[in-house]
Design a protein around this ligand. Structure first.
Ligand code: KIV
Length: 257
């Protein structure tokens, strides 16, 4: 059975780390589901699957298309879908309509949004309706153009305070889980200790309740350089190239197949 938001909270309370990865397709989702507590159809779809520099061009229809495929594979993990850029920021009613579409069409159990203070009301309304919201704080990839690239956040005291307060306020307004990306470990730890919902970190040290990576980075499929915090547990890019070279030799040798 799929893990619920309550199951993830249980893991935090039992001090058991939450294992999380991303997927954009059925095959990958089926492989990771067995080992993961949380699977995200991330808008990193834009970078990883579509080969773009940013996530900004990912559309609601595209994320729904991929999430429908992933949905068919998820039997064990919690299933979360990212809300793409401008599908939830313009106004609360439109955001709720789009979140509703994702929940109804993909069978997601929660949605993730990249946070700022204006969106606290959206978390409150969505959670009042019964939709678990994952609040993404710290480095928010949809703010790429404000940062001038993918830059670590929370360096100055004012940035640290902003991120901390945003995480606390997200929790107080009904968020079910916090993703902390690209922030100092000490800040991620402070957030984790001061809220009663799980935190999942990426590039935020080891003190969060769980860890998430982009599956293609972790498997060594995406080309180098990868973000500095990414630990690759395999080199499937090289393994694939070797296999494809073998196939090429095989085809060339046997003139008819
Ligand atoms: O889009 C994504 O894949 C993400 C995770 C890496 C947290 O936001």
């Amino acid at each position: 059975m799929r893990k619920t938001i309550k199951d993830l909270l249980e893991l935090k309370l039992r001090n058991e780390k939450i294992v999380a990865l991303t997927a954009y397709d059925f095959q990958t989702a089926q492989i990771i589901d067995e080992f993961c507590d949380f699977v995200l159809v991330g808008d990193s779809l834009g970078n990883v699957f579509q080969g773009k520099e940013t996530t900004l061009s990912v559309t609601l229809d595209e994320i729904i298309y991929h999430a429908k495929a992933v949905n068919l594979a998820i039997k064990n993990a919690h299933f979360c879908v990212d809300m793409p850029f401008m599908s939830y920021q313009s106004n609360v009613d439109k955001a709720l309509e789009n979140i509703g579409r994702v929940m109804q069409e993909t069978n997601a159990q929660s949605v993730k949004i990249e946070m700022n203070e204006d969106l606290l009301i959206l978390i409150k309304k969505a959670s009042n309706i019964g939709i678990p919201v994952v609040a993404h704080v710290g480095l928010c990839p949809q703010s790429y153009n404000i940062y001038g690239g993918y830059k670590k956040q929370g360096k100055s005291k004012s940035e640290k305070d902003y991120i901390y307060n945003l995480a606390i306020d997200s929790f107080k307004n009904g968020a079910s889980l916090i993703v902390t990306e690209g922030i100092p470990e000490i800040l991620a730890e402070k957030i984790t200790k001061n809220i009663d919902i799980p935190t999942i970190g990426i590039g935020a040290g080891s003190k969060t309740d769980g860890q998430i990576l982009v599956t293609e980075d972790m498997l060594g499929i995406t080309p180098l350089p990868r973000p500095s915090f990414v630990k690759s547990f395999a080199n499937l890019r090289d393994t694939s190239k070797k296999a494809i070279l073998e196939y090429k030799k095989y085809v060339k040798k046997n003139k008819s197949s």
